[in-house]
Design a protein around this ligand. Sequence first.
Ligand code: ATP
Ligand code: MG
Length: 210
Amino acid sequence: MRPEDTPTEASKRVGLVGGTFDPIHYGHLLVAEEARQQYQLGEVIFVPNGTPPHKKDYEVSPAEDRYAMALLATVGNPYFSVSREEIERPGPSYSIDTIRAFQQQLGSQVQLYFITGADAVLEILTWHQPGAIVAECQIIAAHRPGFDLQKMTAVLGPDLASKVEMLAMPAVDISSTQIRERVVQGQGIRYLTPPAVGKYISKSGQYNKS
Ligand code: ATP
Ligand code: MG
């Protein structure tokens, strides 16, 4: 049986992927699936930000659009789901609050894995309560072109860096920024994000609204 077909029992390991997902793309999906297989996660939950805690240099799309695109992208994978946790929670979407909310909902026997890309993990010191995050869940970091995970010990210090697991996988040079720019420029986005997300973007006029 191939690893992607292996049925799981109610597992005690759950992955969380936080992000803006504006829009979700194959980089997010591959990172989540690789983490699921390599760490035997029983499920991976995508958690779109309500209000991103770090100010963005562009206007973030409405949460409902980002949530809908995440649902469309993940319906085909029985291990994936999308949570409204951060969308429903007022105020900035701090990861530590999300981790605590899931730990409470799922029970203390569940080990949470917080799945990030290299860019995000290198900024973890700027996150709210980074020490609590690494104490309360396992961080998995995926390589991302343009970001050097070898710098992690220098940037984070040995204590925090030792708590981060590096995910071995092919680096994927796709970003939501690149997709938004391509849509604005009238370029195609096929093979960057699932077809249903591409259709949602073209039918809703997402990223093309003037
Ligand atoms: P944007 O360009 O708008 O910042 P993004 O592509 O970085 O979008 P986010 O929603 O910001 O997507 O990212 C959510 C999480 O997924 C972050 O932890 C980020 O590091 C990770 N991630 C996104 N794209 C990739 C990728 N291609 N490879 C590895 N990790 C990724
Ligand atoms: Mg990003």
